[in-house]
Design a protein around this ligand. Sequence first.
Ligand SMILES: Nc1ncnc2c1ncn2[C@@H]1O[C@H](COP(=O)(O)OP(=O)(O)OP(=O)(O)O)[C@@H](O)[C@H]1O
Length: 247
Amino acid sequence: METAIEVRDLVVRRGRRPVLHGITCAVPRGSVTGLLGPSGSGKTTLLRALVGVQVVAGGTVTVLGEPAGAAELRHRVGYLTQSPSVYPDLTVRENARYFARLHGLGAAEADRAVRDVGLADAAGQLVGTLSGGQRSRASLACALVGRPELLILDEPTVGQDPVLRAELWEMFRAMAANGRTLLVSSHVMDEAARCDRLLLIREGRLIADDTLAAVRATAGTDDLEAAFLHLIRANETAPADVEESVR
Ligand SMILES: Nc1ncnc2c1ncn2[C@@H]1O[C@H](COP(=O)(O)OP(=O)(O)OP(=O)(O)O)[C@@H](O)[C@H]1O
């Protein structure tokens, strides 16, 4: 398996608390990997570490063969943050074209990204006047500009209606089919079914890093919500990690 992301023994503290307790995982190239877990489990913190904007207390993070956050990765990795990072006083089109310019690309690339997220009809609208779901798609369009090899998407489908969610997932699948790598966080378990692989995280610890089929087989159920609960319980009965090691 050719690896896009490799994380070893990653420890992160936020405030005074350890938030990630020694995460080790890998994400293969050309796949859609879902990062699933309850609110507060550490998904955003892990994604921040992958793009190199999180101070880490220990471990290593390698992205496309480089240390996370390396300058060489700037045009190779797209990152969608959870709260939309777009300018409210610019239109959707202007935002995308601004990001395109940062990548040294022209207006056509920006306009394509706007179309891809289903915002062609709102391209001339100020971002500040969009609905929450539209604003999040405007932000996604900016992350897609330049067709980065690796896309790290923090809850990209939150606030989208079922039709749009399905369309976004089709787009993610098509990107992976073209050899790009996507890591997509969600706390909605039914989205896990659309992924090739799953990273299940709970309270800063990975409780699964496997294919969708293997997670279902290990848990003995096709229902991913039930599988997640099964894995949590199995994890709780396993010997506890030595908490002291991260303090
Ligand atoms: N700036 C911060 N200072 C202190 N603690 C923080 C900070 N940011 C996040 N945390 C804590 O770190 C833990 C993990 O947060 P994180 O945002 O990574 O979770 P998440 O799984 O992405 O949650 P959600 O699905 O709600 O976005 C939480 O307990 C959170 O309260």
